[in-house]
Ligand binder design. Structure first.
Ligand code: FES
Ligand code: FES
Length: 176
């Protein structure tokens, strides 16, 4: 069957088998190997990507289901050569070891911060509870997400300052 999927802003028309899974479409048809195929049983979360604006486990979604929709993968997190704050947070806080779980962790975390910019440790752990990391013990992953939340808030305050909307409170937060 013929499908067209928008992935990280580019359209990809392809002829695929109806049974092809989205994870295999991304990795094997498009060469986007950042998304990892782990358990294949919907348990590990290594394969998480966004379908439209929602994180999904791409080992449980047919490529045909994504026809006419937008997909975002870890390759689509950076903007104009700038790493997303969540990518910077994982680098700064050593949020990965082997890196196998990391793309899925980042996409779920990005979604969390987009909907809840200042999550607590407990909220981060709950958001990531569908994803398994065999290396880190999760502590540094949680720290990485907090790092991204704090630095995004600081960056927004600086932008507000540049726009002339800088308040005394924002100034204190940035310099704290
Ligand atoms: Fe999809 Fe593990 S490969 S959840
Ligand atoms: Fe190895 Fe998470 S860093 S599985």
């Amino acid at each position: 069957m013929q499908i067209t999927v928008e992935v990280n802003g580019a359209e990809y028309p392809r002829e695929v088998e109806p049974r092809l899974l989205l994870i295999h479409f991304l990795r094997d048809e498009l060469g986007l190997t950042g998304s990892h195929w782990g358990c294949d049983t919907s348990n590990c979360g290594a394969c998480v990507v966004w379908l439209d604006e929602t994180p999904v486990k791409s080992c449980t979604v047919l490529a045909a289901t994504a026809d006419g929709h937008r997909v975002r993968t870890v390759e689509g997190l950076e903007r104009d050569g700038e790493l997303d704050p969540i990518q910077q947070g994982f680098a700064e806080c050593h949020g990965l070891q082997c890196g196998f779980c990391t793309p899925g962790m980042m996409l779920t975390s990005r979604w969390l911060l987009d909907h809840h910019p200042d999550p607590s440790t407990a909220e981060i752990r709950e958001a990531l509870s569908g994803q398994i990391c065999r290396c880190t013990g999760y502590e540094n992953i949680v720290r990485s997400v907090r790092w991204a939340a704090e630095h995004a808030a600081a960056a927004e305050a600086v932008e507000a300052a540049d726009d002339g909307a800088f308040t005394d409170q924002a100034a204190e937060e940035v310099t704290a």
